[in-house]
Design a protein around this ligand. Sequence first.
Ligand SMILES: C[S@@+](CC[C@H](N)C(=O)[O-])C[C@H]1O[C@@H](n2cnc3c(N)ncnc32)[C@H](O)[C@@H]1O
Length: 396
Amino acid sequence: MISDTLKQKLKEKGQFPYGKRDRAYQSIAGEPGIRDMNHRFKVMNFPKSFDGETVIDFGCSAGAICLEAKKRGAKRVVGLDYKSETIDVAKSLARELNLDIEFYTFNIDDGIHHLKQIIGEDKFDHVFALAIWAHCDENKLADMINHYTDKICWFEGHNAYTYGDTKSKMDTELEKLLDLPYHEYLGETSDRSVRQNYKISRSNRVEMTKKEEFIYYSGDVFNTINESNYDFKEKLPGGAHLIGQNTYVEGKYNFNGKYSCYFADYKNDFGIKVINLNIWTDDIEYSNLSYKREIVEKIFKIQKILSDGGFAPEPHQIVDCHDSQTFHYGISMENLKGKFVQPSEEWIKDLVLFCDKNNISREGWSIEQDCVPKNCIEVNGKTYMVDIDYRWNIDK
Ligand SMILES: C[S@@+](CC[C@H](N)C(=O)[O-])C[C@H]1O[C@@H](n2cnc3c(N)ncnc32)[C@H](O)[C@@H]1O
């Protein structure tokens, strides 16, 4: 709830274009706006959580995006708009709603050099550039998006009729202006005029679907499945219950553990294992980006040691991935094209010994119990542990 004085101020000074309307541009704090933010959030599939993430909004108006991102857990939120009266409203809203947000009066046309002096050079996980590019120098805006986007830029165009922002024009222009490789079209907002929306990113999108089927890596979108078709807690350690089930099909090189999923194309010599800590919230209630990073670095380290010992595929590097709601980290690694097998007693003994020597252990159940067909594959007569998940540990 905001005060009546602020409601009035929002109505008068939160407008765009200025002084022409009877209400603010954005609907905020229960007050109506020319733009219906709930409709926009729906089209964008606006993240439910920004936990521990950083957000910047270019041409933020009275701050609807910033306020919402902060409410949803963002760590740092910056809003920029060249209209000082509107920024004043945004600041008052943040104050009354008790949200810690940095709002600055800033003209995009002043360029990135000036901006760096105000907010610094750190990149942001989410960059918003909604209904702004026709109002400023698009090359200067593009410089800022290119520099400040660490992961995703959310982009909305303008009315096709007035500004010529048709989808095909936007596709071409965005590709030309931005150095972010992955363009995902989100659809049209239609609350005011029809506008095109995009999610443009540096990372691969992973679809954490719950379908019981294998879908392969193709192009820049990875799809996977989760083992949602059974209650994991009731089952045997290490997925032993899967033996004999027709879950793994020869020739299809996927595995899906509870906390990690692997995708690869048979033709590729590398695949990506995504460490997925969000889905089973009953086990991990809360996982922010730095926690996820820490976990994936631990897994990488363990996998590297196992790979040096000949027990696991070689990990190459940690990569960014995201689904429609949150970011993940993955490990790009050697794509071993084998069959899931039950490892021999001898191999298991060797692995356990090797792990003991290297201070590697597993929480929940033993390494030995993890040696089941779901986790192990055979290539040219050699066995490898492929599903090293967050429960594997190494003593420091
Ligand atoms: C159409 S509104 C969009 C507001 C908000 N991004 C949204 O989509 O809800 C454009 C906003 O950009 C701001 N703006 C226009 N030109 C600008 C510039 N050169 N630098 C910074 N802000 C600008 C305006 O003051 C206005 O708040």
